[in-house]
Design a protein. Structure first.
Length: 194
């Protein structure tokens, strides 16, 4: 049997191999038992032509790499999508938490907010996500970016987002059985068994 954690959080920088690892886990899960299923909950929103093309390319590449995995697009109601899709025989991949948080804190077509010292500081959407992770009846793989290793951003909104993502990453890491950091395509297990 493939060693799939009940819940795994995979984080790293852009193009670090996060999604490939999640896809590999889904491929292994599907190959382990003909009754197994896999679903990817995609959180990206196509706000412009480049993003539409990127989403289409990722969809086509994913279909080739993991042909048995179904894709469900859900950019906002993530906790509900996890609850709806998770089953004991179905591995759920969420790709990615960073884009989901972006949609929560900086919705497309939203009016600019009034000046404030800490925009959207009151956002508390992580609680429903933590509950969905805890109650998922099947294996769950969550993908997210680690963006706090770079320079401190100059803009107030960007600093607030980096802080919010850092807090979300800490909460998800605490809730998951395994945490894996990806760098240059290589996994480093931070929590749980490799």
């Amino acid at each position: 049997m493939v060693d799939i954690a009940r819940s795994e959080f995979i984080l790293g920088g852009q193009k670090s191999g996060k999604s490939r690892r999640a896809e590999g886990l889904a491929r292994d899960w599907l190959a382990a038992d003909p009754a197994h299923q896999a679903v990817l909950i995609a959180t990206a929103q196509a706000g412009d032509g480049e993003m539409r093309a990127r989403i289409a390319r990722h969809r086509a590449e994913r279909a080739q790499r993991v042909p048995g995995m179904v894709t469900v697009e859900e950019p906002l109601a993530l906790a509900q999508a996890i609850a709806r899709e998770s089953r004991p025989h179905r591995l759920v991949v969420v790709d990615c938490l960073t884009l989901w948080l972006t949609g929560q804190l900086m919705p497309l077509n939203a009016e600019p907010e009034e000046e404030s010292p800490n925009p959207r500081a009151e956002w508390s959407g992580a609680a429903s996500l933590m509950e969905a992770i805890e109650h998922a009846p099947g294996p769950l793989v969550l993908v997210g970016n680690e963006i706090g290793l770079g320079v401190i951003p100059l803009g107030r909104e960007v600093r607030a987002f980096v802080d919010a993502l850092g807090r979300l990453n800490q909460q998800v890491a605490a809730a998951c059985e395994r945490v894996t950091l990806m760098a240059a395509g290589l996994p480093l297990t931070l929590k749980g068994r490799p």
